[in-house]
Design a binder for this molecule. Structure first.
Ligand SMILES: *Cc1c(COP(=O)(O)O)cnc(C)c1O
Length: 356
């Protein structure tokens, strides 16, 4: 039996979208391929609220996390970690010989704008890396306040990991001044895994020009230059099936309307939070809760694995806590095409299984 996914990626994908992956192939050096990319870019600019260029990468989001830190750090990077994915960004820097420092915030908390200010005021850094929505903890960082601080530092290039939040909550890339905004297909965009997307600002381009060792496959400047010179094509063969499906998905997203989409996510989040507060406890600081997933503290000491097994028999799947949080928390994703009705059905089944 298929299990309806309420895990923070991959998420449920509807049949009509899946069918787009089976579109007959086209050559990746054809006008059709160029037109496809141009259409996708125009639509993605709306979702990202940006006028900057859009780059696709045939890799999961981690590939672009690597591309961003390697392509935009000429001097030294500061990586702010509020959980597992922030930490991963620092590890990526180390693995690539990028000079970087890690600033860790306790799990469940967000980073404060003052902390960012203090770090950047040292003058040590020319790039900063922040997770917007930390999927391991269920925290969403206050990017509006953080943005005001980062804007004071004209030489600092800002990359933001929006892998689990883009298209599920409003992120105004240009207004915030984010230079490289990254997401993956398998989260709030509700597509199969295998492709990632980023915006690439003029400031990021200028910086990348000064970085000598940007790698090869994830060299964002090389992707950008090729796109510009070769009529919206890529240096290597992109996942055309994902591009067909993405183009179609973006039509559906814009048809729903971005504001409606954000509202739907907010409503689902509020429903799950209220349920969690009544029956358990929220893991994350309540002032910084994610709109796309909820991390529930397992105060009843239930067997999460067993709950998931029983849910599985009924055709649902949720997530255990991340890493060390296994069985200490469990996570319910409410992103992509999931509706409030789906969430209510899931919660009813959890209540029934747990007898609460
Ligand atoms: C899922 C996730 C990633 C990793 O993305 P992949 O597409 O699996 O490489 C990175 N950051 C965050 C916040 C995520 O939720």
């Amino acid at each position: 039996m298929h299990k309806k996914l309420f895990i923070p990626g991959p998420v449920e994908v509807e049949k009509d979208v899946l069918e787009k992956l089976a579109t007959p192939m086209i050559g990746h050096r054809t006008k059709d391929a160029s037109d496809l990319q141009r259409e996708i870019s125009d639509k993605l600019r709306k979702v990202f609220h940006t006028k900057e260029e859009i780059l696709l990468s045939t890799s999961s989001g981690t590939g672009l996390l690597e591309g961003a830190i390697r392509s935009t750090t000429a001097k030294r990077a500061i990586v702010i970690s509020i959980g597992a994915f922030g930490k991963r960004w620092y590890e990526i820097a180390k693995a690539n010989n990028v000079e970087a420092d890690l600033y860790e915030v306790p799990w469940g908390e967000a980073v404060k704008a003052e902390e960012v200010d203090k770090l950047l005021s040292t003058g040590k850094y020319d790039s900063i890396f922040i997770t917007h929505n930390e999927t391991s903890t269920g925290v969403m960082n206050p990017v509006e306040e953080i943005s005001k601080v980062i804007k004071k530092y004209k030489d600092v290039v800002w990359s933001l990991d929006c892998v689990s939040s883009m298209a599920g909550t409003k992120i105004e890339v240009d207004k915030l001044g984010v230079d490289v905004c990254i997401t993956s297909t398998q989260k709030a965009l509700a597509l199969p895994p295998g492709m990632s997307i980023c915006s690439f600002s003029k400031k990021a381009i200028e910086r990348a020009e000064k970085v000598t060792n940007r790698g090869y496959y994830f060299d964002l400047l090389a992707l950008y230059k090729y796109l510009k010179k070769k009529d919206y094509q890529y240096p290597s063969t992109p996942s055309l099936p994902h591009m067909f499906a993405l183009n179609y998905r973006l039509d559906k997203i814009l048809e729903e309307g971005l504001e409606n989409r954000y509202k739907r996510h907010k409503e689902m989040a509020e429903y799950v939070r209220n349920w969690a507060k009544e029956n358990f406890k929220l893991y994350a600081n309540e002032n910084f809760l994610s709109n796309t997933l909820t991390n529930v503290e397992n105060t009843k000491n239930i067997d999460v694995k067993d709950l998931n097994k029983k849910l599985g028999e009924r055709g649902f799947a949720i997530s255990d806590g991340y890493g060390n949080l296994k069985n200490k928390t469990f996570r319910i994703a409410h992103m992509g095409e999931t509706t409030l009705e789906d969430i209510k059905e899931l919660i009813e089944n959890i209540n029934d299984i747990l007898g609460i």
